[in-house]
Design a binder for this molecule. Structure first.
Ligand code: C5P
Length: 279
């Protein structure tokens, strides 16, 4: 039995660079892990090959093979040739349809756990490479927690850990569908910022926080624009949609307003040390 924490992420900047013929978008983004976790309990039985079992504290989440935890188990079996049945229990705390990468983190955490429980047949690099087959944001979690991600998001370059910043994350009651938001991106309307230049500015301590998916998310749900204005009005100097939303992160020396239907949580940046999972 193994219990691991599965962290969330935010995107400090997210540039949509283009669209591939298969409909996916090429991105350039700095991903940062944050101290908001799901907890997952894992056990494997190598004497049984009957079906996997997943349970979850959130009844709205699927626990069949559409869940990334079970997709990760299938991937691990396919890649290693091992036979086992997995039992997993997910204590869900990260809001979903929010851009915090909760499901992707769960998949990465599952691959890490299975590798530990099966005697480490795979290297971290292999786990990272394999994980891109089941989701674009999963490989990031095999970085040390701060990374520059390109391609669909699956090409991951570790960056030095940034200064430990405290921030708030917030999410309205509505969630957003990632494909729907990407479909609304108007490539010719985006500011032609050079991601490598922005990355350099970040490393020099001059961060430029922006998200090319923000306008697209506002088109899908116009109320998000009002929420951003409200949070800026509350005193934050930076309020930015993370991923495809509907969650935001907020920087500044204040707290989000106490409102019905607005979930908020204080977090800090998170990094992991080599050969250990996030804690
Ligand atoms: O890779 P993942 O399954 O997380 O992607 C979910 C959806 O988000 C894709 O089906 C696609 O519509 C959109 N997407 C995209 N470009 C990316 C990543 C995701 O268009 N780089």
């Amino acid at each position: 039995m193994l219990t691991l924490r599965s962290p969330a992420k935010i995107n400090l900047f997210l540039r949509v660079v283009g669209r591939y013929p298969n409909g996916y978008h090429s991105l350039a983004s700095v991903f940062q892990a944050i101290s908001l976790f799901d907890e997952i309990h894992f056990s494997v039985d190598t004497t049984k090959t009957e079906s996997d079992q997943l349970s979850c504290t959130d009844p709205t989440l699927p626990t069949d093979h559409s869940n990334l935890i079970l997709k990760a188990a299938d991937l691990f079996r396919r890649k290693t040739g091992l036979s086992f049945s997995l039992r997993a229990h997910l204590d869900k705390r990260i809001p979903h349809q929010a851009g915090f990468g909760g499901g992707s983190g769960n998949a990465a955490t599952t691959l890490w756990a299975l590798n530990q429980l099966c005697g480490r047949p795979a290297s971290e690099t292999s786990l990272q490479e394999w994980s891109g087959e089941i989701g674009s944001d999963i490989p990031f979690f095999f970085s040390h927690g701060t990374a520059f991600c390109t391609g669909r998001g699956e090409i991951v370059e570790d960056l030095p850990s940034t200064q430990k910043i405290n921030l708030w994350i917030v999410k309205p009651a509505i969630g957003l569908s990632t494909p729907k938001v990407f479909q609304q991106v108007q490539l010719d309307q985006l500011m032609p910022r050079d991601p490598l230049h922005i990355l350099k500015e970040f490393s020099l301590g001059y961060p430029c926080y922006f998200n090319d998916l923000e306008e697209a998310a506002f088109l899908v749900h116009p109320g998000l624009r009002d929420l951003k204005a409200l949070l800026l009005g509350a005193g934050f100097h930076t309020v930015l949609l993370t991923g495809s939303g509907s969650g935001f992160f907020c920087l500044g020396d204040c707290s989000p307003p106490n409102m019905a239907d607005l979930w908020s949580y204080p977090v800090s940046f998170l990094n992991r040390i080599k050969n250990a999972w996030y804690s």
